[in-house]
Ligand binder design. Structure first.
Ligand SMILES: Nc1ncnc2c1ncn2[C@@H]1O[C@H](COP(=O)(O)OP(=O)(O)O)[C@@H](O)[C@H]1O
Ligand SMILES: CC(=O)N[C@@H](CCC(=O)OP(=O)(O)O)C(=O)O
Length: 303
């Protein structure tokens, strides 16, 4: 007489873990740059879930590097200081006074909060800004608007990345959390850099496998704002053609994705930061959500 099989109620959990095995093997030891946008930092549960995902990646053998934004938080602080927020070409016009507030909010508030959330799980996260150890150097950015170069104050265009400090932290088993502030080489001052641009430049310089940009929409909409049909996959050339049609916050994101995949990053993704654990879904399942940009030579490759 055979012994009845015991009911193992935990079996589905084992199944889920095993399904992640090929992804764990594939991503082991790889650097992943994750940009957490200010608009995706909408509630406490989401921020805590974001921290759990990053710590999970770390414990699973990946090397996550967090670059954070804070646009809405900066706007709120400027408002409290009676400084009006103005954007040109998608970038904040940053006066000297505004720059003090930008630096205070990014490095002193948003970065501190993320570092604190990550360190609830252990002594893992270390915050820095692009100023530290010459991580990000920039010159004054003068965007061209209607054929003319305009002055938008202390906004930086990245000229150089020194990955030394970040790599030392990664080698020490830490999670770097980077604020998008750059040092200037010429006048010993600092610059405000768009966080998508900073994340993309860091991903390329670090030779990251993936750039993941979390935002407050599902991905790149094909015909925004008229439809919410998400473009799930794009090659670099396809994205390049689309760039002139894009507007507002999507411009630096998609320019950043293009820069990343044209400079050695295997995939750049824009995903919905409002979905809890969207990072884990994206990395460890084949139910990836959002928009994935791949280099041209990967055309037809579905990995
Ligand atoms: N084609 C598009 N697809 C999706 N969102 C778009 C598109 N074009 C512009 N957007 C806008 O870009 C915003 C995301 O950028 P942004 O507000 O800068 O977010 P974050 O704080 O995450 O960087 C979306 O909320 C949406 O309003
Ligand atoms: C030059 C410039 O525009 N810098 C941005 C930096 C923060 C940022 O990029 O935050 P999000 O990712 O949340 O938009 C700003 O001042 O808002």
């Amino acid at each position: 007489m055979s012994t009845p099989t015991r009911k193992h109620t935990a079996l589905p959990k084992a199944q889920i873990l095993i399904e992640a095995l090929p992804w764990l093997v594939r991503h082991n030891g790889k650097t992943v740059v994750i940009k957490f946008g200010g608009n995706a930092m909408v509630d406490e549960d989401l921020k805590a879930a974001f921290a759990q995902d990053i710590v999970f990646l770390h414990q699973a053998g990946l090397k996550p590097v967090v670059v954070h934004g804070g646009g809405p938080q900066i706007s709120a602080a400027l408002d409290r200081h009676g400084i009006v927020s103005e954007f040109r070409a998608g970038l904040r016009v940053t006066t000297e006074d505004a720059m003090d507030v930008v630096r205070m909010v990014l490095a002193g508030q948003v970065q501190r909060e993320l570092v604190g959330l990550l360190n609830r799980h252990g002594p893992l996260a270390v915050g820095l800004t692009g100023e530290d150890a010459h991580t990000i150097t920039a010159v004054r950015h003068r965007p061209e608007i209607d054929g003319e170069r305009v002055d938008i104050g202390r906004v930086g265009e990245i000229t150089d990345i020194d990955t030394g400090a970040i790599e030392a932290l990664l080698a020490d088993g830490r999670i770097p959390v980077v604020s998008s502030i750059a040092r200037s080489q010429d006048d010993h001052h600092v610059y405000n850099v768009n966080a998508d641009t900073a994340a993309a430049a860091l991903a390329a310089a670090l030779g990251a496998e993936t750039l993941m940009v979390l935002t407050d929409v599902e991905g790149l909409y094909e015909d925004w704002p008229h439809s919410d049909e998400v473009i799930s996959r794009l090659t670099a050339s396809q994205l390049e053609k689309l760039l002139p049609e894009l507007s507002s916050g999507m411009v630096p994101k998609m320019e950043g994705c293009l820069h990343a995949v044209r400079n050695g990053v295997t995939t750049a993704r824009v995903i919905d930061g409002r979905v809890q654990h969207s990072i884990l879904l994206e990395i460890f399942t084949d139910e990836g959500i959002g928009t994935m940009v791949v280099p041209d030579e990967s055309e037809g490759d579905q990995s």
